[in-house]
Design a protein around this ligand. Structure first.
Ligand code: SF4
Ligand code: SF4
Length: 118
């Protein structure tokens, strides 16, 4: 059991989730975007995640789901989060970025962009 960051995080990356994770298991590729096939988003290391769920309500883009609740449209993201375990040394806990809180319309547009009706 672990939580998963979906592609709705991509290019948002405000890091609000990072600040609350008690075990520092929310990470970013050290080279950020387009690095070794990883997109510019954060990922959760499923082997370190303690399944506390405190990150989920902090995400303004509603990009985080418990693994068993990941919408089918984001099915691939569960595997991508799991894959970082193999390359964990290439990932690090990022610094908090100063990003504007998205509006309701922006959040809805991001969901639509990824084909998520939730
Ligand atoms: S709070 Fe959400 S959008 Fe921001 S970095 Fe974390 S998962 Fe990505
Ligand atoms: S569920 Fe808890 S341990 Fe797992 S990523 Fe979120 S805050 Fe960190």
């Amino acid at each position: 059991m672990a939580w998963v960051i979906t592609r709705m995080c991509r290019d948002c990356v405000d890091m609000a989730c990072v600040e609350v994770c008690p075990v520092d298991c929310i990470v970013q590729h050290k080279n950020k975007a387009d690095a070794a096939g990883y997109e510019n988003q954060l990922y959760i290391d499923p082997e370190e995640c303690i399944n506390c769920g405190v990150c989920e309500p902090e995400c303004p883009w509603e990009a985080i789901f418990e693994d068993e609740q990941v919408p089918s449209v984001f099915e691939q993201d569960t595997a991508i989060n799991a894959k970082i375990v193999e390359e964990r040394d290439d990932f690090e806990v990022p610094e908090r970025a100063d990003v504007e809180v998205p509006s309701t319309d922006q959040i809805a547009a991001n969901k639509e962009k990824w084909g998520y009706a939730g």
